[in-house]
Design a protein around this ligand. Structure first.
Ligand code: HEM
Length: 509
């Protein structure tokens, strides 16, 4: 025991020695900041202060909040060590605890061999050949969205937020869980509302400093509410699983019948059965998201893990994409020339195809629309910070500082994306920054909305394709105009949402 104690003290002193060298606001201003009127009125101002003030001032710095110490990094040359060094890829305990109450134990909140195992199962379900299958769902749901928007195409300002959320919700449920969702056309209140409330509860914790301390949070009513939502979320995922199983059973039965009872449709039936069985060779290697999880459930993953992964992907997928869509509409409304340029591109693509159906091929050709999505993600990354635990002492490139093993490191794409050295006039919306020539000139870690390395977003290609699909259809169908009386008010939670919706105007083209 004395030896263990000695080792602990030695490690602690070593940690302190390295961490104390990082500059940052001293205790006085930090305490003053905690108790100033802005913070008391609105605790999320703390996050705003760290991201928009401390991180700009100290590209490699630290923030001490009582016993909690965060190393903050926003110097682009230092990011590589954290985002790509396999020793620094675990999520810190604090963040894992935070995530647990909203997502349970899914890919975002697990570490080590458990993460390895889940990642190995789920990563192939985002393979290119499966994404191609998903594009049909993007196309059909985007068409329903356009119909919904048409009801507002009268030059009167309206709030598009809920419509974008229901669209992205349908897209994630239909692609990943393989069951129809129809939230856009036939809102099923219970499920959707609980998902939103669960998220609000989690953000609530991030915004309250005293809830950073697990002991306090554990005895709070906020924790009981969060757990209630987590359990409801799990049971709602269970209904999806049952629906999927039912659907697979019905499909298998129908194939069997078609194969066995030949009637006047027998040729068609045999073709169907053969098509399913001999589907493209790539497809044979991959199961869709839900099927991969259910297969593993029979072997090695608990049913609770299946439900938690579904919850994780639903939360991670629909919120981030709907926020990006809202801000793309906001920026497009303010930039009519960007809309016209995108329309030119679409006239070439949709015009030559004679249809507005999006396909893997048309999406590939939408270079400028992709630049719009990227510029939106640069100016408003919905996941505006993420964290890593330093697994080893890690020297920084830009200075002689060393991040000590065990430190909680915060990285903010928001701060990096607003660095004028990387993006001159960073507050100007300019998709040309992402032309192939301009992108090639930029530092590889200058654009990090999806993070990088092993723990990068698994849904990044999915997100890009689905956003391109819907944004192209909006630009094709409508002129987007700003509501001059509206400015988004940012709500700092786990993702960056607005507290006052997203108001735009539309005119039919
Ligand atoms: C614009 C849309 C999106 C953005 C900006 C985004 C951003 C991110 C970021 C920054 C991370 C890393 C978080 C961290 O390290 O703590 C992440 C992780 C993740 N994202 Fe996304 N995401 C988006 C869409 C999606 C979609 C559509 C899905 C799935 C359908 C998804 C699934 C995931 C998963 C599973 C992880 C965890 C990866 C891991 O730790 O292994 N995301 N995302």
């Amino acid at each position: 025991l004395p030896q263990a104690l000695l080792a602990f003290v030695r490690d602690w002193l070593h940690f302190r020695k390295l961490a104390n060298r990082f500059p940052g606001p001293s205790l006085g201003p930090t305490i003053a900041r905690l108790f100033d009127s802005g913070f008391v009125r609105d605790p999320m101002n703390l996050l705003k202060w760290v991201m928009d003030d401390v991180m700009y001032r100290y590209p490699a710095g630290q923030v001490m909040l009582g016993p909690l110490r965060f190393i903050v990094l926003s110097e682009v040359n230092d990011l590589k060590s954290f985002l790509t060094n396999s020793k620094n890829q675990s999520k810190p305990k604090l963040m894992v605890d935070f995530g647990f109450y909203c997502l349970g134990r899914g890919l975002i909140t697990i570490n080590g061999s458990e993460w390895d195992y889940h990642h190995k199962i789920l990563e192939p379900t985002f393979h290119r050949s499966l994404l191609k299958e998903y594009v049909k769902v993007f196309d059909q749901n985007s068409d329903v969205f356009i119909e919904k928007l048409s009801e507002h195409a009268n030059d009167c300002a309206f709030d598009v937020k809920l419509l974008t959320e229901t669209l992205e919700f349908d897209i994630v449920v239909e692609t990943l869980f393989g069951v129809p969702s129809n939230q856009q056309t036939n809102p099923e209140k219970e499920l959707f509302e609980y998902i939103l409330k669960g998220q609000t509860e989690l953000s609530h914790r991030v915004r309250c400093l005293w809830f950073f301390i697990e002991g306090i949070y554990k005895i709070s009513s906020a924790r009981r509410t969060a757990l209630k939502y987590l359990n409801i979320g799990r049971s709602l995922q269970d209904t999806f699983v049952q629906q999927r199983k039912e659907l697979l059973r019905a499909r298998a039965e129908s194939l069997w019948q078609k194969g066995n009872f030949k009637d006047e449709n027998s040729q068609e039936a045999t073709n169907d059965a053969t098509r399913e069985a001999d589907a493209d060779p790539n497809k044979k290697q991959f199961s869709t998201f839900i099927d991969a999880l259910l297969q593993e459930n029979e072997r090695s993953i608990s049913y609770q893990s299946v439900l938690d992964e579904m919850l994780t992907f639903l939360m991670a997928g629909f919120d981030t994409t709907s926020i990006t869509l809202q801000f793309a509409l906001y920026f497009l409304a303010k930039n009519p020339l960007v809309q016209e340029k995108a329309l030119g591109e679409l006239q070439n693509i949709f015009g030559s195809a004679g249809s507005t159906e999006v396909t893997p091929d048309t999406l590939q050709r939408m270079q400028y629309v992709e630049m719009i999505v990227k510029e939106t993600l640069r100016m408003h990354p919905p996941v505006f910070f993420y964290s890593r635990k330093a697994g080893v002492d890690t020297p920084l490139v830009s200075s002689d500082l060393v991040v000590p093993a065990g430190a909680t490191v915060i990285i903010s794409p928001r701060t990096v994306h607003m660095d004028p050295k990387l993006y001159p006039d960073p507050h100007v919306f300019d998709p040309e920054r992402f032309s192939p020539e301009n992108s090639a000139k930029r530092h590889p870690f200058a654009f990090i909305p999806f993070a990088m390395g092993m723990r990068a977003c698994l849904g990044r290609k999915f997100a890009m394709l689905s956003l391109k699909a819907v944004i192209s259809k909006i630009i094709w169908n409508f002129r987007i105009l700003p509501d001059e009386t509206y400015e988004p008010e940012l709500l700092w939670g786990l993702s960056m949402v607005t507290s006052n919706g997203m108001r735009i105007k539309l005119l039919k083209r």
